[in-house]
Write a protein that binds this ligand. Structure first.
Ligand code: ZN
Length: 123
C-alpha cells in the first residue's frame, strides 16, 4: 500500500512537471472551482464523512479539539485510525500532526514515560 502510494506520488509529480505554467494554472483553477462547488468533497471521499456528519461531530465536541480541548481557530482535522480507516474525532492541527498523528498507543506510552521520567528531575 505504501509502495503503491509512493508510486502514485511519483507519477503525479512527473505528470505535474510535464505541464506548462499555463496548464498548471488552468488545472489549479479547475480544482479550486470543483472544491468551491462541492464543499466537503474530500472529506466524503477520504473518510466517507458527509458534511452533516462532520458538522454534527464538531457540535458534539462543542467546537473544541478532542485532545487538547482548545476551541478550534481553523478548520478541524478529521482524525482517523490509519489501519482501519475508522474516524475517531476532530482535532486541531497541532494535535492531529504532532500529538496524535505521529503516534500509536505504543509510542505515546513511550513519550509519556519519557516525560514522566524527566518531570521528576530537578532542573
Ligand atoms: Zn488540539
Amino acid at each position: 500500500m505504501a509502495r503503491d502510494l509512493a508510486r502514485k506520488r511519483e507519477r503525479d509529480r512527473a505528470r505535474w512537471a510535464s505541464l506548462t505554467p499555463e496548464q498548471r494554472a488552468a488545472k489549479n483553477a479547475r480544482v479550486r472551482a470543483r472544491h468551491a462547488a462541492n464543499p466537503g468533497y474530500w472529506r466524503k471521499r477520504k473518510y466517507d464523512l458527509t458534511s452533516e456528519a462532520y458538522d454534527a461531530m464538531k457540535e458534539a465536541q462543542a467546537g473544541r479539539c478532542a485532545v487538547c480541548k482548545e476551541v478550534f481557530t481553523s478548520t478541524p482535522s478529521v482524525d482517523h485510525d490509519k489501519a482501519t480507516g475508522q474516524v475517531r474525532g476532530l482535532l486541531c492541527h497541532q494535535c492531529n500532526i504532532n500529538r496524535v498523528g505521529a503516534h500509536t498507543v505504543e509510542t505515546a506510552r513511550k513519550v509519556l514515560a519519557y516525560l514522566e521520567h524527566w518531570s521528576q528531575h530537578e532542573p
